[in-house]
Design a protein around this ligand. Structure first.
Ligand code: SF4
Length: 208
């Protein structure tokens, strides 16, 4: 894969998904962080059904810090892995208050210091909360599509991201983050990719 081909693919996907955007609902960087932590192993749709009642009663990092762990566990139960996620969110709230004066930091280096925030989540937070993407979040969709299209032969998300960053110019990071997810949900699905209607079928390694 070279940069010219990568750009052709991105442009075709942009035309096909002109409205591709973030599908998690949030109002503040901290709420974005909460939503992204909850979205691990869970659909964005379910997260969006779960968070409104939480954010209306507990909107801030201080509310999460003060909340009982058991209360938080109960509130986020529908999103799965609730014990681990609740523990991480409590620890994240404490870290943000103690180390960052209650503000979610806006650099990858600092975000990666927060419990429960890995590189994928940090990429999403930089993109959605701060509109300053620093890389490409490799979730299950981005991983699958990168392998199929031929962006990367790796299976480790960190290595896949490195392969993507080698051929995708920075000005496309914003779009690519959304486009890979949308394409994975709507056309290049896990079990039955709809290659016949795919806008990039002529450029996809799977079809060559
Ligand atoms: S041609 Fe098929 S495998 Fe390739 S990106 Fe399109 S849907 Fe996915």
């Amino acid at each position: 894969m070279n940069t010219n081909k990568a750009i052709q693919i991105i442009e075709k996907l942009k035309n096909y998904y002109p409205d591709a955007t973030c599908s998690l609902d949030f109002e503040t960087p901290f709420q974005m962080l909460v939503a992204v932590v909850l979205s691990a192993q869970c659909t964005d749709e379910r997260v969006n059904k779960t968070t409104p009642s939480i954010f209306s009663k507990y909107p801030t990092v201080y509310d999460f810090d003060n909340m009982d762990l058991s209360t938080l566990e109960e509130l986020i139960h529908p999103c799965g892995f609730y014990k681990n996620k609740a523990k991480n969110l409590k620890a994240a709230a404490r870290t943000i208050i103690e180390k960052y004066n209650g503000e979610v930091p806006n650099t990858m280096e600092e975000l990666l210091q927060i419990p429960g925030v890995g590189r994928k989540s940090a990429n999403v937070i930089m993109l959605e909360a701060f509109h300053n993407p620093q890389g490409i979040a490799v979730d299950t969709h981005a991983k699958r599509i990168s392998n199929r299209i031929g962006f990367s032969n790796e299976s480790d998300p960190l290595k896949i991201e490195q392969d993507l960053l080698k051929v995708i110019p920075k000005e496309y990071y914003y779009d690519v983050n959304h486009l890979l997810v949308w394409h994975g949900r709507k056309v290049c699905t896990a079990r039955n990719p709809s290659c016949n209607i795919c806008p990039i079928k002529e450029l996809c390694k799977k079809n060559i």
